[in-house]
Design a protein around this ligand. Structure first.
Ligand SMILES: Cc1cc2nc3c(=O)[nH]c(=O)nc-3n(C[C@H](O)[C@H](O)[C@H](O)COP(=O)(O)O)c2cc1C
Length: 204
């Protein structure tokens, strides 16, 4: 059973959540992680070139292949990860979504579970809306949304960190200076495991 984890990350926070989600997927017997990233877009390339932080993160990801439509087609379940952009997914991830029109026409994603992970700069900058708004295209594709139930350890909290029922999340800070908390990573791991278990049930 193949679980695709596909993400975009400029400063590494979404990448850390992707790694935690991968550990969760791998904890499920018979689940194989396919890790993929989405490419940058021309408008952002100068910004990446001009940032030491972004350059370092790009280097950390150089061995992760770019996502293809075949990766999506052959997956039994998919975890999508994005930094928030004005409370919504980033354009790089949206470009991948828009390329999925062919899969939509074929019904190729129908019945597959989809989970989400998200990074925002601030506590209220889109922690909930980013995951929530990503659900609309996923429902058009016929995917089955897998969230994070409140029984997951670390979910019942009032601290300034991640953890929403819509998506596993983290707070990156206004200068991207923070790192995901242990709880953020545990919740991303739990989401990975949950998605893999649900994918296995749907296949049987
Ligand atoms: C164009 C743009 C829009 C952004 N919009 C928001 C926003 O609405 N809310 C917020 O909290 N952070 C916003 N951010 C900050 C990013 O979400 C933050 O850098 C990101 O979560 C870090 O994730 P990464 O390290 O994986 O790249 C924005 C950043 C950019 C460049």
């Amino acid at each position: 059973m193949k679980i695709l984890i596909v993400y975009y990350s400029m400063y590494g926070h979404v990448l850390r959540l992707a790694e935690a989600a991968a550990a969760g997927v791998q904890s499920v017997a018979g689940a194989e992680v396919i890790m993929r990233r989405v490419p940058d877009l021309p408008f952002n390339e100068d910004k990446v070139r001009g940032s030491k932080h972004a350059q370092e993160v790009l280097l950390q990801q150089q061995d992760i292949p770019l996502c293809t439509l075949d990766d999506l087609r052959s997956a039994d379940g998919v975890l999508f990860g994005t930094p928030t952009r004005f409370g919504n997914m980033c354009a790089q991830m949206k470009a991948l979504f828009d390329q999925m029109v062919e899969l939509w026409g074929q019904g190729a994603m129908e019945g597959k579970p989809a989970g989400l992970f998200v990074s925002t700069a601030t506590s209220h900058g889109g922690q909930e809306t980013t995951g929530y708004t990503m659900m609309a295209p996923l429902l058009h594709l016929g995917m089955i949304i897998v969230g994070v139930p409140y029984s997951t350890p670390g979910m019942l909290h009032t601290e300034g960190r991640g953890g929403t029922p819509y998506a596993a999340t983290t707070v990156a800070g206004g200068r991207n200076e923070l790192t995901p908390t242990p709880e953020d990573l545990e919740i991303a791991k739990a989401l990975g495991a949950r998605l893999a278990k649900i994918a296995a049930k749907l296949r049987s």
